[in-house]
Design a binder for this molecule. Structure first.
Ligand code: PLP
Length: 450
């Protein structure tokens, strides 16, 4: 289905430009596409153009657009009860918490609900600091944790720079990234060993008795889809145990099927103390995030009040959407589909493209969570675009993105990478359609190689 109503699209656009203040943008330099509708793996504008959503919006529509069971659950809940404040118990909230705790590993049995990922990280840090009585939090340079005060301070990527909030006690360290090893390692095993030694040194030099938590994205998302080498997460767990530090796994992007597992930590059999989630929990049909909490941390707050809360914590509409999402993902084997697509379609086809295209330096990922890293030259690995690129530096990636869009594919592009992050519900035919477009668009990037 598509919509053709250019006059309506123009009115939407003009009102947007007159009154909407957009995220992360120079307001005068953007031209937001008016979107008329969406279904499954596609969305469309008012001109009749349809796009295959290879970005899952902001890597959140894991169940695809307008899943009928989730839409029906929201309508049903809206008829029953739209709002009840967090101090009450509510059937949608209780059931969402029961399902999420049931999916989480180990003894992570309680859920604190938020409206999104940044607030989840804010509250996870608060819990870790109060539980340990320590102040410092360690986070990786290549990361994104959200745009509120602590979450942006934790973030390693350049979005932090203009946003330095002066939040005290946050220390950055390097995580593993074999393709551009910060440790000059030549193998994955060496990268893992050196990354863990570096992390332990950081803990020791910061003073273990001052470190409350280590926060990391189980699989780094926006900052490059960095899959941890075997043994890394178990090594982080062991360091946390050794020094009494809380391990917070940020699964806001990696959770709820994206990696072909319910939680990304399941891929390595590791149990953190706190898991933060949002996005895929209900695909963002109604904003929802949260923290899944271990029994030990829960005990800290059994007799002592937890000093944090949100008016919309555990909002009934959002929780009803989460219940329907999780049940549909389970019944329709959507997580299994994501795993299969990664192993049998996306991974093999991207690896074949890496052989063919001079601009593809590396492909990496799992499930429906892949990065294609573009370079000017495979030998030097010089990125095809620089950080915060503008002008000529931005042209190769801009031209690549335009080539995708002109062919009906909406790509996720960040710095010198395109991320292949379609919904977990993507069919084999849709994945192949999108990958064929990507393949063609990469020839545009190839032209910039030296
Ligand atoms: N953590 C990670 C890993 C994310 O990818 C994001 C958003 O992209 C966030 C946290 C912040 O989530 P939100 O935008 O819902 O606050």
């Amino acid at each position: 289905m598509t919509t053709v109503d250019p006059a309506a699209g123009k009115a939407v656009y003009e009102a947007d430009r007159a009154h909407v203040f957009h995220s992360w943008s120079a307001q005068g330099l953007i031209a937001p596409l008016p979107v008329a509708g969406a279904e499954g793996s596609y969305f469309w504008d008012y001109e009749g153009n349809r796009y295959l959503d290879f970005a899952s919006q902001l890597v959140n529509t894991n169940i695809g657009h307008q899943h009928p069971k989730v839409v029906a659950a929201i309508k049903e809940q809206a008829d029953k009860l739209c709002m009840i404040q967090p101090a009450f118990a509510n059937d949608a909230r209780s059931e969402a918490a029961r399902l999420i705790a049931g999916l989480a590993p180990g003894d992570l049995n309680r859920v604190f609900f938020t409206n999104g990922g940044a607030e989840a990280n804010e509250n996870a840090i608060r819990m870790a600091r109060l539980h340990t009585g320590r102040q410092k939090v360690l986070a990786t340079y290549r990361s994104y944790h959200g745009a509120t005060a602590n979450a942006i301070a934790l973030t390693g990527d350049p979005r932090r720079w203009p946003n330095e909030t002066g939040v005290s006690g946050i220390v950055h360290f390097w995580g593993p990234y074999a393709y551009r090893s910060p440790f000059h390692a030549t193998t994955e095993a060496e990268e893992c060993e050196r990354a863990l030694a570096h992390l332990e040194n950081t803990i020791v030099f910061e003073g273990p008795a001052t470190v409350a938590a280590i926060v990391l994205e189980t699989v780094v998302g926006t900052a490059g889809i960095l899959v941890p080498p075997p043994g890394y997460l178990a090594g982080v767990r062991a360091l946390c145990d050794k020094y009494g530090i809380i391990f917070i796994a940020d699964e806001v992007m990696a959770g709820f099927g994206r990696t072909g597992a319910w939680f990304a930590v399941d891929n390595w059999g590791v149990t953190p103390d706190l898991i933060t989630f949002a996005k895929g929990v209900n695909s963002g049909y109604v904003p929802l995030g949260g923290v899944v909490i271990s029994d030990a941390i829960f005990e800290t707050f059994r007799e002592r009040p937890f000093p944090g809360g949100l008016t919309y914590s555990g909002h009934p509409l959002a929780c009803a959407a989460a219940v329907a999402t999780i049940n549909a993902m389970r019944d329709e084997k959507i997580v299994e589909n994501a795993k299969w697509l990664g192993e049998s379609v996306i991974g093999p086809e991207l690896r074949a493209m890496a052989e063919r295209h001079p601009s593809v330096g590396e492909v990496r990922g799992l499930g429906v969570f892949w990065a294609v890293e573009l370079v000017k030259n495979k030998g030097t690995r010089e990125p095809l675009t620089a950080y915060n690129a503008a002008g000529a530096d931005a042209k190769p990636m801009n031209d690549f993105a335009a080539a995708c869009k002109a062919r009906g594919l909406w790509p996720f592009v960040n710095m010198n990478r395109t991320h292949v992050v379609p919904p977990c519900t993507t069919t084999e035919a849709e994945a192949k359609e999108g990958l064929a477009i990507l393949d063609e668009a990469l020839t545009v990037a190839d032209a910039f190689c030296v």
